[in-house]
Design a protein around this ligand. Structure first.
Ligand code: RRO
Length: 302
């Protein structure tokens, strides 16, 4: 029997898979469904202080090797979302509350509300690639990453993870800034900036024109970012995300330095059963290659 349990900043995980933000994170019942399907923890949709409609349609395009989205941070606002959150935390499921804001004050206010309502950890979305004044517009500036992380950490004791953008020439500088701000873990990566164009119409397909690319095509980018962060030895766990849809994909991310992984777009393609499938494959891979536990894989390729 292989041991696939792991631990992330004091949070015990029954296996290394976590639902990524943005997929099935809108309601308490959808989050619970994903936990029952095998995910060890659940990340909420990114939530802000006020309700937001997001960008107008089209907001998503399915491409040959992945999905391009520019949802534009649609969410009901923190007050409305609390009912959904309470429904899932009351059953003891580990929830990571994803939040976005336009400045350090908004982030710390949201983090406090999430923490008071039972989340196990906070994920700071400093990496949405296509929302004016939010996400990567703040998260691509190391000093801003440090300030926001610091301010959130000053107001709470729960673990804080920082989700980084790959749309930078130096992801280690961003990771380092988050660590200097006191974060408890790094999440790499959010979507990769891209565009889809209709040659018939002669214009971009998304209403926002530019979006974030996810799915199998971005796995090498995610893996490289995790490896660079892992190699830099920043002293906090890394949660790998980007294009994971098999047990071997998880093994690769762990070997590149991740302690756990998030799965998002593969849920869109394969449904919630993807969690049981990848966990079974991971166990088979470990058995075949005589790994006894997850710790033996973490950072093996570094
Ligand atoms: O809502 C979105 O458009 C969105 C978010 Br918050 C994010 O973090 N990443 C992404 O690709 N889309």
């Amino acid at each position: 029997m292989v041991d696939i349990t792991t631990e992330l900043a004091g949070i015990k995980l029954k296996n290394p898979t976590i639902l990524a933000s943005g997929v099935l994170g809108e309601t308490g019942s959808s989050l619970k469904k994903v936990f029952r399907a095998g995910a060890a923890a659940l990340t909420t949709k990114s939530i802000g202080l006020e309700p937001r409609d997001g960008h107008t349609n089209p907001t998503i395009v399915e491409l040959e090797f992945g999905i391009l989205n520019a949802m534009g941070l649609p969410n009901p606002g923190i007050e409305m979302y609390l009912d959904e959150l309470r429904e899932v935390v009351k059953d003891g499921f580990p929830v990571i509350g994803s939040i976005f804001g336009k400045d350090p004050n908004e982030f710390s206010k949201l983090a406090g509300i999430m923490a008071d309502n039972g989340v196990s950890a906070i994920e700071l979305n400093l990496s949405c690639p296509h929302a004016l004044g939010y996400g990567a517009e703040l998260g691509a500036i190391p000093e801003m990453v440090k300030t926001i992380t610091e301010q959130v950490k000053n107001t709470m004791t729960k673990p804080v993870f920082v989700k980084l953008t790959p749309n930078t020439s130096d992801i280690v500088a961003l990771g380092n800034a988050a660590v200097k701000g006191g974060c408890d873990g790094l999440v790499a990566i959010n979507t990769v900036k891209g565009m889809a164009l209709s040659p018939e119409l002669g214009k971009p397909i998304l209403s926002n024109k530019i979006g974030g690319y996810s799915g199998p095509a971005i796995k090498p980018i995610g893996l490289r970012c995790v490896y660079e962060l892992g190699t830099a030895g920043l002293g906090v766990p890394i949660i790998g995300v980007g294009g994971i849809s098999s047990g071997k994909d998880i093994a690769e991310y762990l070997m590149a330095g991740a302690t756990a992984v998030q799965i998002g777009t593969a849920v869109y393609y394969h449904g919630v059963d993807i969690f049981t499938a990848v966990i079974t494959e991971l166990k088979e891979f470990m058995t075949m290659h005589e790994f006894k536990n997850i710790q033996e894989l973490i950072g093996l390729a570094i």
